[in-house]
Design a binder for this molecule. Structure first.
Ligand SMILES: Nc1ncnc2c1ncn2[C@@H]1O[C@H](COP(=O)(O)OP(=O)(O)OP(=O)(O)O)[C@@H](O)[C@H]1O
Ligand SMILES: [Mg+2]
Length: 439
């Protein structure tokens, strides 16, 4: 499992350090403060490739590059646990070669899944991928020319992946799913089980339907999903949310199948460690699903343990939504879970600094309390207009003398922005009455 990641003089902050927990790690922070950047760096630490270098069609997942003169002091340090013990790496930016240079250290001995925010997916499998960095001190030679990782853009995960020489690396979800379904074997059962763990509720299960054709001119058998409204919908028509979930489930099952084959060929045991990096876990999800997705992922981890006996699963997840944090309250376990937050802090001299810190996870009861917590730093969960009117009304109430006209004017403003049952009305009426201003 990834234990530690330290970035010095690269990225939005001069220094970021994370000591990860073994199960669930959640990252919050404003837009542009480095959540995705940290996931890219975590992926690199484990696999030593940048997603956009492996697949140049990707528009994110680029190599971390230090800004300006900072390259001289730019460092990426990491440590992770592998089958053969702990591994530590220290890499410095080599300006001349425009790459990270360090003493060779083995990559991660487990599987790594990276779900990028734009629907791209990346997979590291220690038995099927290999380190390929040209300027790395690397004494090995890989006769099979294994790819540095399997990196799919959102289209390739559905239709198949080729390497730069045109060799087919993966058939893609549509072809593989249809093939597995025709075999009626363990693979389609595994896919069905994993899909069912990720459904938002029992009555909205993600159940596999029959294969179907969608056009006279398209000879493919297209997998379908049974919808709660009774139709079997071809996955090509699935919503953005479902497509992302399907892609992740497919990649997981495909990885299991191919990893099992590779282990048999190589005479090696199956991987015992999994790391899932998931950017913007809430992407496209309805609040109902946002509220269940972390719990579902933990159930999915149990299903992964059926496929990979004895496996340990670690999640590193970014989110923008308070529902995800609120939903974790019942099962957040400080021994195996952590929450990190990135903030923009004003320095003494008025300049701003990006700072990452681990936060204590305190139960807050509901999502609106999370909105006003350190995770999201909002004043309230209401509209900006209501927030401004409430501040103005509070200031008015705390004044010694207020005229009836002022009170009426303010009340009119409040009516425009507050609901009839807003708790502020009680305070408003009580103080106006005390001041003799209630008409
Ligand atoms: N490849 C890179 N090399 C150096 N710095 C980078 C790189 N990629 C991102 N950054 C830094 O990270 C910042 C953007 O961070 P990132 O995209 O990770 O934000 P985020 O927290 O994921 O935002 P959002 O919530 O909008 O997704 C950039 O402004 C830049 O400072
Ligand atoms: Mg991001």
């Amino acid at each position: 499992m990834l234990k530690q990641l330290t970035l010095k003089n690269v990225g939005p902050a001069p220094f970021m350090e994370l000591h990860f927990s073994d199960r669930l790690n959640l990252l919050t922070g404003d837009n542009g403060l480095g959540k995705t950047f940290l996931l890219d760096a975590a992926w690199w630490a484990l696999t030593r490739s940048w997603p956009a270098e492996v697949n140049t069609k990707l528009s994110s997942g680029m190599m971390a590059k230090p800004h300006g003169e900072k390259w001289e002091r730019a460092v990426i340090e990491f440590s992770f646990a592998t089958n053969s013990g702990p591994v530590q790496g220290e890499f410095h930016f080599d300006h001349k070669h425009q790459d990270w240079n360090g003493k060779y250290c083995v990559p991660f001995s487990g599987l790594v899944f990276y779900a990028l925010a734009n629907g791209s997916m990346a997979l590291w499998d220690p038995n099927r991928t290999s380190l390929h960095r040209p300027n790395m001190v690397w004494n090995g030679w890989d006769p099979h020319h294994r790819p540095p990782a399997y990196v799919f853009n959102s289209e390739e995960i559905w239709n198949g992946l080729h390497d730069s020489s045109g060799k087919r690396l993966c058939n893609g979800l549509l072809a593989d799913w249809a093939g597995w379904q025709k075999e009626h074997g363990a693979t389609i059962k595994a896919l069905a089980n994993i899909l069912s763990t990720l459904a938002p509720s029992a009555d909205e299960g993600m159940t596999i339907g029959d294969l179907s054709r969608i056009s006279l001119t398209d000879v493919r058998d297209i997998p379908t999903l049974k919808m709660p409204y009774g139709q079997e919908v071809p996955v090509l028509y699935a919503s953005s949310a479902i497509r992302r979930i399907l892609s992740l489930c497919y990649l997981l099952v495909w990885a299991w199948q191919e990893h099992s084959h590779a282990c048999k060929l190589l005479g090696e045991p199956m991987a015992k460690r999994f790391v899932f990096l998931i950017d913007e876990i809430e992407a496209h999800l309805h609040p109902k699903w946002q509220r269940s997705i972390i719990r579902s992922l933990l159930h999915m981890a149990n299903e992964v343990a059926v496929l990979f006996p004895g496996v340990q699963v670690q999640f590193i997840i970014t989110t923008h939504t308070p529902l995800v944090l609120a939903s974790m309250e019942p099962f957040f376990d400080a021994v195996q879970d952590k929450w990190f937050d990135i903030d923009l802090l004003a320095d003494k001299d008025g300049t701003f600094l990006v700072q990452l810190s681990e936060q204590p996870f305190i139960r807050r009861g509901d999502a609106s309390n999370w909105l006003t917590s350190k995770a999201f730093d909002l004043q309230s969960g209401c509209s900006l207009e209501a927030e401004e009117a409430l501040a103005e009304a509070s200031a008015l109430l705390s004044r010694e003398s207020v005229t009836i006209a002022e009170a009426r004017g303010m009340e009119e403003k409040l009516r425009m922005v507050l609901g009839d049952t807003d708790p502020f009305w009680v305070r408003w009426r009580f103080i106006l009455e005390k001041k003799g201003l209630l008409s």
